[in-house]
Design a protein around this ligand. Structure first.
Ligand SMILES: [Zn+2]
Ligand SMILES: [Zn+2]
Length: 337
């Protein structure tokens, strides 16, 4: 059978697990898709505002913000401080040993512009590279579902960030953790992190690391058990994804950022403006699973109307940068196949 592309998004029948209904012309995700209405978005934003009013101004920081220095998180930080100037934010940038100098400069610049503290979370480079290499060499370390959302390398990277930001929030008794996920990446804008959920997320990541041969005995990547024990049940952090509630238009975002002095990265990788490992991670994932790790993310943006189908397909079919892949492979001590 020839390849069918969903009429609404960019998923196609060649992707394992995707079926296109020949009558409707839609993939199974578009068939059951119910977007957040503008009323629902308003309702969520109202809840977030109430939460901010109720819980801010009490501790050292009101929120820990995951700042990659890329366009989405840079914009989200700017918009957040514009909407809620009273928030006292600690922006954390994870140095995964592959972030670009531009991303670091952009992150620091955004913090200066909006007036918040900047913290660079660093880890031993060899340890990170060993871990990413093992993730790349593995198959099926993560669930089938996770495999659609991101590459094995990126899932590892994102899990480390989540673990360590939750840990920081517990240590500093910070009420909010904020990520700049788009509507394609985050199904739920408000997640109350109960103690059991935190434990579960730690244990599942420990298992996934073990699946590809990483024993994190000294809890460099995992939330330290000692710190989980110290959680006060009445003050567990809340995770927020406000970007999926705001209007999202890539061109407008880039324009706003350019006006602020954010430097557009010269990296020829249309899916990541900040991570030098991303092209290799995508290449590795496609080779293993025949799934483009950005397909679902892009499909989500197209489905919700935040990106045109044409733009989405163009992004998806853009060739990965060979020079970037070579540099990353070398650093990981792997052959580029
Ligand atoms: Zn679709
Ligand atoms: Zn990553």
């Amino acid at each position: 059978m020839s390849k069918l592309i969903c009429k609404k998004c960019i998923l196609d029948s060649d992707i394992p697990g995707i079926t296109i209904n020949e009558e409707s012309g839609l993939c199974q995700f578009c068939e059951s898709y119910t977007p957040l209405s503008s009323e629902e978005k308003k309702k969520y934003l109202g809840i977030i505002e109430d939460l901010f009013t109720e819980h801010s101004g009490k501790g050292e920081y009101d929120a820990i913000f995951a700042l990659s220095g890329g366009k989405d998180s840079s914009y989200a930080l700017y918009k957040l401080k514009k909407e809620y100037p009273f928030l006292n934010i600690l922006a954390v940038q994870f140095d995964n040993a592959f972030i670009s100098d531009t991303a670091i400069a952009n992150a620091k610049k955004m913090c200066e512009i909006v007036g918040c503290d900047y913290f660079k979370l660093t880890m031993e480079e060899k340890r990170l590279c060993d871990t990413f290499r093992k993730a790349a060499e593995s198959t099926n370390a993560y669930s089938k579902f996770a495999r659609y959302r991101a590459s094995d390398i990126c899932n590892t990277c994102i899990s480390i960030i989540k673990q360590k930001l939750i840990e920081q929030a517990i240590i500093h008794k910070t009420p909010f953790i904020i990520f700049a996920f788009t509507s394609g990446q985050a199904p739920n804008p408000i997640i109350d992190l109960q103690v059991n959920f935190i434990k579960w997320s730690r244990n599942i990541f420990e298992k996934q690391l073990q699946n590809f041969g990483v024993e994190d005995k000294d809890e460099i990547f995992l939330i330290k058990n000692e710190i989980i024990k110290s959680i006060d049940k009445n003050t567990t952090p809340i995770m927020l994804h406000p970007l999926c509630l705001w209007d999202y238009n890539e061109d407008d975002i880039l324009k706003t950022l350019a006006d602020l002095g954010w430097i557009s990265p010269k990296i020829s990788d249309s899916n990541s403006t900040n991570c030098l490992l991303n092209s290799f991670a995508c290449h590795n994932h496609i080779k293993k699973y025949q799934i483009h790790p950005y397909a679902f993310d892009i499909a989500g943006l197209v489905r919700s109307g935040d990106m045109t189908q044409e733009e989405g397909l163009e992004k998806l079919n853009k060739e990965l940068s060979k020079p970037l892949m070579e540099v990353a492979a070398k650093k990981l001590n792997m052959e580029l196949e």
